[in-house]
Design a protein around this ligand. Structure first.
Ligand code: GDP
Length: 294
């Protein structure tokens, strides 16, 4: 994970590993490499600009010239700023006091939405909730079957309807959840390969008619800036409550993880780190920053 970024930052930090005084020229060169490393990791350009302004101001402010170990100081500054970039940890789901809590998961096809529905259901069930999974992705033919298999593995109810439409499936699921005493409803909605009007209209309809309490965007971390652009589009249409970053176990370059919060303002809630249903972790920016810095 983030291997290239880690390597590039390592190279940049070596510029600060000087014997004697750290000159202004050394510092400039090192910071320029930090900037290049972030851009190559597909971090949003504007996010990088602001990040570098803050890092530079702090680095200059700590009078590195006099520092004994300038490299360590710079690493610490970058570490703290990476955490600031990713936003504070808030890996919580708010539950309604009365009636079932409805969580809507949305995202592009292949982002890991259906899998993440299962992972989230498993996590919440382990916390004592009684989740029901709802197959409202009627675009991808295999999605309903996939969700049923996941529900079977977790021993959790899955609601689906043949020859229906997504809004009706969700509405009927609410009735069924009450009947089965389920206190948490997780809606697996349709995705497409790209953001398009038809997809958004369908999701907006679900949001209007079903009124989910929270909407989470499932974001494939491997797709970098594309994922961030999609998150922005979904946030405009749906007012997202959280982002779930998937595929952080793969060779994600870091761009999505490091940009999505700043670009959208939406907090990262959880991270997916594998295909298995127990591979969902609460988002922990400190741990992620530590991994990026190696
Ligand atoms: P959907 O089209 O958004 O519902 O996506 P799926 O849930 O079907 O997932 C697409 C592919 O991504 C599947 O092969 C999943 O096993 C895989 N996947 C989902 N989450 C993760 C993850 O966190 N890590 C990895 N490596 N694969 C994942």
């Amino acid at each position: 994970m983030f291997d290239d970024l880690q390597k590039r930052l390592g190279t940049a930090f070596r510029r600060f590993r000087v014997s004697g005084l750290l000159t202004e020229a050394n510092m400039k060169e090192g910071l320029r490499e930090v900037r290049t490393a972030l851009l190559e990791a597909d971090v949003n350009f504007k996010v990088v600009q602001k990040f570098m302004d803050r890092v530079t101001a702090k680095a200059v402010g700590t009078q590195l010239i006099k520092a004994v170990r300038p490299e360590q100081q710079i690493v610490k500054i970058v570490h703290d700023e990476l955490i600031e970039l990713m936003g504070e940890a808030d890996p919580t789901v708010r539950f309604e006091k009365a009636g079932p809590t409805v969580l809507m998961l949305c995202g592009l096809q292949g982002s890991g939405k259906t899998t993440t529905c299962g992972k989230l259901a498993r996590m919440l069930a382990n916390q004592g909730r009684r989740p029901m999974l709802v197959a409202a992705d009627l675009q991808r033919p295999a999605a309903v079957e996939q969700l049923k298999v996941i529900g079977g593995q977790l021993n959790l109810p899955v609601f689906s309807e043949a020859n229906s439409n997504p809004v009706k499936v969700c509405q009927d699921a609410l009735v069924e959840a009450n009947r089965q005493n389920c206190d948490t409803i997780i809606l697996d909605t349709a995705g497409r390969l790209h953001v398009d009007d038809e997809l958004m209209a369908e999701l907006v309809q679900i949001e209007k008619k079903v009124k989910p309490h929270q909407v989470f965007f499932v974001c494939d971390a491997m797709t970098g800036q594309d994922a961030v652009a999609s998150a922005e589009a979904f946030n405009k249409a749906l007012e997202l409550d959280g982002v779930i970053l998937t595929k952080l176990d793969g060779d994600a370059r870091g761009g999505a993880a490091l940009s999505v919060r700043k670009v959208t303002g939406v907090p990262i809630k959880f991270v997916g780190k594998g295909e298995k249903l127990d591979q969902l972790d609460p988002f922990a920016p400190e741990r992620l920053a530590g991994q990026i810095l190696g």
